[in-house]
Design a protein around this ligand. Structure first.
Ligand code: PLP
Length: 338
């Protein structure tokens, strides 16, 4: 697989650090836990979408686009990174925000990622939860075309075979770091949503025969649906890279037991994960994605599925900007001082 054959705009701060989490590992008393810091990709507070956008935005430029259109939930990290990337390239950016949670909270609707979307100069429009967002984007794209613009439409989460190339590269990068430091890895765990991250990683890991199992912890869909989405995207990504069939169905595993009430609704186990990472490691998670992923990691360690003597990498996909849209989910009143 030769990623340099695909147009790419190099903008992310790469490689992201691979760090050992000593205090969290000691607290849980199980495996050695490492963290791959894709929360530190460098663009407008970072996150996993930046790797995908390096390839997507290069295609937008190659096609002569003068603006991009994308969509996401109100507190979408993908929308914020797209807005920042577009600003950097001097492209317009229009975002459709889907009200998936129905929250009336003022900070949820205007702070966090929404504030940053607007700071980067993007324009936004809302859509009700459950809207057909791809159809909505096509409608908006037609509107802009009629005005003489040249929009490039980026799917939600940047999850198509082009965006997933960013995570094929991330798999190469992570295994390269582990090899350079003599770290044999037993598992990789990450949050999975629109599927591009897990699909790209699965493709990259298989392409280099890394033989490290990858677990996606779901944040929205049930297990069967999530695995099918990831597998279909991994298949298409492998084909794009000239390695059809490299990813098999059994390579795609998702655990969707930590979604809770639904997408974007905080869970107790996720809030516990946020507190543990913040207080033990000084690392910020977000309630929508990385906290639910970490909640899965923590629970599976407690249940003995991940064991002492193993070495696990948690891929931190970012999202901390959303904390400022979710301040109402925190209660510090019961807290002791010092
Ligand atoms: C988008 C996102 C994810 C999920 O990645 P997908 O490629 O959509 O599966 C995980 N964490 C954060 C913080 C995200 O913004």
């Amino acid at each position: 697989m030769h990623l340099a054959r695909f147009p790419r705009i190099f903008l992310a701060h790469l490689p992201t650090p691979l760090e050992r989490m000593d205090r969290l590992s000691a607290e849980l008393g199980g495996p050695e836990i490492w963290i791959k810091r894709d929360d530190c990709t460098g663009l407008s507070t970072g996150g996993n979408k930046t790797r995908k956008l390096e390839f997507l935005m290069a295609e937008a430029q190659a096609e002569g686009a003068d603006m991009v259109i994308t969509q996401g939930a109100t507190q979408s990290n993908h929308a914020r990174q797209t807005a920042a990337f577009a600003a950097r390239l001097g492209l317009g950016c229009h975002i459709l925000l889907e009200d998936r949670t129905g929250s009336n909270d003022a900070n949820y609707n205007t702070n966090g990622n929404v504030l940053l979307d607007h700071l980067h100069g993007a324009t936004t429009e809302k859509r009700p939860g459950g809207a057909d967002m791809n159809a909505e984007m096509e409608g908006v794209a037609d509107r802009f075309r009629k005005e003489g613009r040249k929009p490039y439409v980026i799917p939600g989460g940047g999850s198509n075979p082009i965006g997933a190339l960013g995570y094929v590269n991330a798999a190469f990068e992570l295994i390269g770091q582990a090899n350079d430091r003599g770290l044999a890895l037993d598992h990789i765990v990450t949050a999975t949503g629109s599927a591009g991250t897990q699909a790209g990683l699965a493709t990259g890991l298989k392409a280099i025969s890394a033989q490290v199992p990858l677990l996606g912890v779901g944040v929205r869909a049930p297990k069967d649906k999530q695995e099918e989405n990831v597998f279909n995207l991994a298949k298409a990504t492998a084909e794009k890279l000239g390695a059809p069939g490299v990813v098999e169905r059994g390579d795609v595993v998702a655990n969707c037991d930590y979604v809770g009430e639904g997408y974007g609704i905080p869970t107790d186990s996720g809030m516990e994960a946020i507190a543990m990472f913040a207080e033990l490691e000084g690392i910020l998670l977000d309630p929508v994605y990385s906290a639910k992923g970490a909640a899965g990691l923590i629970d599976l360690i407690r249940k003995g599925q991940f064991k002492k003597g193993e070495r696990i990498v948690f891929l931190h996909t970012g999202g901390a900007a959303a904390l400022f849209g979710y301040d109402g989910a925190f209660d510090f009143s019961a807290r002791r001082l010092g």
